[in-house]
Design a protein around this ligand. Structure first.
Ligand code: 1GP
Length: 249
């Protein structure tokens, strides 16, 4: 097992973890480093780098280097395609968009990127990516048939299939900027059938969202928009407070 995955799993065994998603298209190196510093000080465990539109390897590299210099937390590329690879991150979610109608997002882009990931010596962390309604931009770009919000069995089926295919993490995604996060009943249902860590993201804006998702069984929370639009004040710090509470300090 790679170093970053091992670190994440060790932390998940102690309580929920938090990922700060930074879009290198929206934040340059200096700004990204500032967000990362503040986020890690509040208890965020890792920085995910990505967005749903083209990020050049140069920009990805600049932002990853700036974050690496600023904080000890691992940087993980959350790729929108093979174009955003950089050797300056620690790891990459090697993910399949399981409920896409387009085989490019399920396996073809991954086939095109795998040798580059190896050559760049990025740690691949395999992840089953499941988009739940409304899905937002990733739902459109990724040609997704989103899992309906009341279709708990549908989400369970994808998540367990991901585990049976050997994926190391499962990620339930409502879409960046979603009006509300993945429903708690769905999180509870999925958690009850899988053993690999369950990440949840999209539309988490307040402490109460984080609390409800953690209580339902989310083991990792991903937030992006809240820090981009409001900085690390109210919403973001409430979310981190709930994460810290749930891990006992
Ligand atoms: C990334 O969708 C998450 O996968 C982030 O969502 O921007 O709504 O926090 P937000």
């Amino acid at each position: 097992m790679g170093r970053v995955l091992e670190q994440l799993r060790t932390r998940v065994a102690r309580g929920p973890i938090h990922f700060t998603l930074i879009d290198p298209e929206k934040s340059d190196g200096a700004h990204a480093a500032e967000i990362a510093r503040g986020a890690v000080a509040l208890g965020s465990d890792a920085i995910m780098l990505g967005g749903s539109t083209g990020i050049s390897p140069a920009r990805m590299g600049e932002v990853a280097r700036a974050i690496r210099a600023a904080v000890p937390a691992p940087t993980i590329i959350f790729p929108e395609g093979p174009g955003s690879l950089s050797p300056d991150a620690d790891a990459i979610y090697f993910m399949s968009l399981l409920n896409s109608r387009d085989p490019n997002y399920v396996i073809r882009r991954q086939a095109r990127a795998s040798l580059a990931v190896r050559a760049l010596r990025l740690e691949p962390i395999s992840l089953g990516y499941i988009v739940v309604a409304p899905g937002m931009r990733v739902g459109e770009v990724g040609q997704v048939d989103p899992v309906a919000r009341d279709d708990v069995a549908g989400a369970q089926g994808y998540a367990l299939a991901a585990q049976y295919l050997g994926m190391q993490l499962v990620y339930l995604e409502a879409g960046s900027g979603a009006p509300s996060p993945v429903p708690v009943e769905m999180v509870r249902g999925v958690r009850s059938v899988i053993d690999v860590p369950l990440l949840v993201g999209g539309g988490i804006r307040r402490g109460r969202d984080a609390k409800a998702l953690i209580e339902a069984g989310a083991q990792g929370l991903v937030t992006g928009t809240v820090a981009e639009t409001e900085g690390l004040g109210d919403g973001f710090s409430e979310i981190l407070q709930e994460v810290r509470n749930a891990r006992g300090g």
